[in-house]
Design a protein around this ligand. Structure first.
Ligand code: UGA
Length: 343
């Protein structure tokens, strides 16, 4: 099988590439603006990479869509601070550029596996979010945060319509706060430039107070990347067409933590690493308002729990990594490869 991954150097893209190249005979065509996470694959014969931009390298993309059996457009802005600060950039990249790829897949009759998002459910009141039943609930337009989930939702609907009315072969998957090695760059100093786990890790390592937005009672289900990749591989293999025309939540309901608990668990875990006990013991946790942290355009999601009944039934998938062991693998990656900070 030939798999085209746009955004191959990203958090999901690089982990998926590793899994494909190490466990299958498939070929991967990859495009990304950077290559730091996929360098080890560059000499591999079954991996073709172009360093480039989804909005510029249009001919390369079209040529490889034609050659591929399945297309995964993983290029997107996926950090909430950017939804508030640069809503139009989110719309242009996450919606417009991706729509072009979806249309191209349809034009050439290619299967598309598209990353929807847990954010699509928004402030859904359901205890567990169901792909085919839960309402998708957003705030007012002045709350720019929702432009990401709106863009993703509309693409979900476009893909669904193309599939059901025009025969586009598709699967949508919804990651629920996937984390693991290569999530974000913890050395990046800019607040809001990464997702919560790597943001907190950065704060601990650099002696910056951890900021709990609005007190940190909001909850997320943290899903280890390799569990997510297991689900994605099952979708790609698509045995007996089980994933055809379906939407799947890929999330770990057993790792449902408040952001406050996440901070405590992370500080404790970092303190277990040789040389990191003093930064961990000095870690400070403060509360900030969401307006101060993100700006007026932010609105939060208080609970976000996936139902994985459908993924279990149709794909035989469920997460197997508990939070402690996923966190350990993540911290091994981030901490064992760097020198402990001097305090
Ligand atoms: C994320 C992003 O939108 C996407 O990466 C993705 O689609 C989705 O979740 C997902 O992975 O399922 P969110 O969970 O809100 O959304 O993003 P984070 O930045 O990881 O924040 C999680 C929570 O931690 C939020 O409630 C946020 O307010 C809080 N937070 C974040 C803090 O309390 N302090 C911080 O310094 C950063």
């Amino acid at each position: 099988m030939r798999v085209l991954i746009l955004g191959v150097n990203g958090f999901i893209g690089n982990a998926l590439t590793r899994r494909i190249l190490t466990t299958t005979p498939w070929e991967v065509y990859g495009l990304d603006v950077a290559s730091d996470r996929i360098e080890e694959f560059l000499p591999e014969r079954r991996f073709r990479f172009l360093e480039g931009d989804i909005g510029i390298n249009k001919e390369w993309i079209e040529y490889h869509v034609k050659k591929a059996d399945v297309v995964l457009p993983l290029v997107a802005i996926a950090t909430p601070a950017a939804y508030v600060k640069s809503p139009l950039a989110v719309f242009e990249l996450d919606f417009e550029e991706n729509l072009r790829i979806v249309k191209m897949a349809a034009k050439y009759g290619k299967r598309i596996v598209f990353p929807s998002t847990s954010e699509v459910y928004g402030m859904c009141p359901d205890k567990e979010f169901e792909e085919d039943a839960s309402p998708l609930v957003y705030g007012p337009i002045r709350k720019e945060r929702w432009i990401y989930s709106c863009s993703k939702q509309l693409l979900d609907r476009v893909i669904w319509a193309m599939g059901h009315a025009h025969g586009l072969r598709f699967t949508l998957f919804r990651p629920f706060n996937w984390y693991g090695p290569h999530l974000d760059n913890v050395e990046a100093p800019k607040e809001g430039s990464s997702r919560v786990l790597t943001q907190f890790l950065h704060n601990i390592l650099y002696g910056v107070p951890i900021k709990l937005v609005d007190g940190g009672d909001q909850r997320r289900c943290f899903t280890f990347i390799e569990d997510g990749i297991d689900g994605l591989m099952t979708i790609l293999k698509n045995e007996n067409g089980a994933a055809e025309g379906q939407i799947f939540n890929l999330g770990n309901a057993a790792a449902d933590l408040s952001i406050k608990e996440l901070a405590t668990r992370l500080i404790d875990a970092v303190g277990q690493y040789p040389g990191y006990d003093s930064v961990a013991s000095r870690a400070e946790v403060v509360t900030v308002t969401s307006t101060d942290y993100y700006g007026e355009g932010y609105q939060d999601i208080t609970t976000r729990v996936p139902s994985i009944e459908k993924a279990r039934r149709l794909l035989g998938w469920e997460p197997t990594t508990d939070f402690d062991s996923g966190l350990k693998q993540t911290l091994d990656f981030y901490l064992l490869t760097r020198n402990p900070p001097a305090v």
